[in-house]
Design a protein around this ligand. Structure first.
Ligand SMILES: Cc1cc2nc3c(=O)[nH]c(=O)nc-3n(C[C@H](O)[C@H](O)[C@H](O)COP(=O)(O)O)c2cc1C
Length: 344
């Protein structure tokens, strides 16, 4: 097995079982939506559907990119893509980096057979995108029939990894070229550390129109890396465990820049999802809970987890007196002091 494949399997195992989440929160709990005791709606009138990146979703929920490159990872991709197809959600594959070196791994990312209609997001790291160039990135997306491609940013994780990248120069230029040259939308995606106002302004300035804020409060990749590797990797990973911008703040920063915003990083319940949408997110996205549901009970458990999330989001939408899920953005709310401090 190649080094990258070995690492991917080890990441999947550590995330399914290990202590890998931030101890500090997303700050989504500091969004308190006001209860509407007179909603004047019937539950079946509540409409969760939305359209993003050119595709209609039954609910504004995506399953985040996690997997690919190995046989085990391919099975997970097909199972979670099946859930997305059955529930009308979006689905992202994990980093397609292995396809650059071993084109035969493409099969582990191909999910269209089980998910012909889903919003499908490809995925590659900015370092690989910078080195491979736009043509190769376009081919990665085309090989799996993706509707858009996520370019992921993960400097904190790389710095902790013994074998990780150390040179993060040239990212903005690479993203500028991708936005100009790719035939599909580019989603710039963090991986659990969030995006700051200045970062978002630079991305907006070079023509990016969609981000996945992937903020702090959920899976911490520095915590994941602290569970493996050398003593140095373990120590640095623990030190940086809480590094990042809470998801709630990053959503507001992205909307202030006028960007389309997918909210991920610590979305664990329908209430988290509703709070993120109330802050202006266009959709939410979950990684760890879907991985864990699948690890515990296979496809049925992952399907149940997705249905539970949508059920709870539907209930909360009604309880705020909102008919459409997009109305959550106008729902009356009280913001707690810590979130207000991040937004000041
Ligand atoms: C097992 C696992 C593998 C992941 N692999 C990738 C990846 O290859 N590319 C990427 O952009 N993000 C990757 N992520 C990050 C997620 O897409 C997401 O941004 C992050 O985990 C925060 O969401 P969560 O708190 O719901 O897990 C991975 C997450 C997990 C749990």
């Amino acid at each position: 097995m190649s080094v990258i494949a070995d690492r991917k399997n080890s990441h999947l195992r550590l995330c399914a079982e290990g202590d890998v989440e931030h101890r500090s929160t997303t700050l989504l709990e500091q969004v308190r939506l006001l209860h509407e005791a007179l909603p004047e709606l019937s539950l079946d009138e509540v409409d969760l559907s939305t359209e993003i990146l050119g595709k209609r979703l039954e609910a504004p929920i995506l399953i985040s990119g996690m997997s690919g490159g190995t046989e085990e990872a391919g099975i997970l991709n097909r199972a979670l893509a099946t859930v997305a197809q059955k529930c009308g959600l979006g689905f992202g594959v994990g980093s397609q980096r292995p396809m650059l070196v071993h084109p035969e791994t493409a099969a582990s990312y191909r999910v269209r057979e089980v998910a012909p209609d889903v919003l499908l997001l490809g995925n590659v790291g900015f370092v690989q995108a910078r080195e491979a160039g736009s043509q190769v990135v376009a081919e990665l997306a085309e090989a799996i029939d993706a509707d858009a491609i996520c370019i992921h940013l993960n400097a904190a994780q790389e710095l902790v990894q013994e074998e990780g990248d150390r040179d993060f120069r040239g990212a903005v230029d690479a993203i500028t070229r991708l936005v100009d040259e790719l035939p599909i939308p580019v989603v710039v995606k963090e991986t659990g550390c969030g995006l700051a106002p200045g970062t978002l302004a630079r991305l907006r300035g070079v023509g990016v129109s969609w981000v996945d804020v992937s903020g702090a409060g959920g899976t911490s990749w520095t915590a994941v890396e602290a569970l493996r590797g050398t003593p140095r990797q373990r120590a640095l990973g623990e030190d940086l465990r809480e590094w990042g911008i809470p998801t709630a703040a990053a959503i507001v920063y992205a909307k202030r820049e006028g960007l389309g915003a997918i909210a991920s990083g610590g979305i664990r319940s329908g209430l988290d999802a509703a709070s993120a949408l109330a802050l202006g997110a266009d959709a939410v996205s979950l990684a760890l809970p879907m991985l864990r549901a699948y690890a515990e009970g296979g496809l049925d458990a992952a399907l149940a987890a997705a249905n539970r999330l949508a059920d709870s989001l539907r209930a909360i939408t009604l309880l705020t007196g909102s008919r459409r899920v997009s109305d959550l953005a106008k729902a009356p709310r009280v913001l707690g002091p810590e979130l207000r401090a991040w937004l000041a």
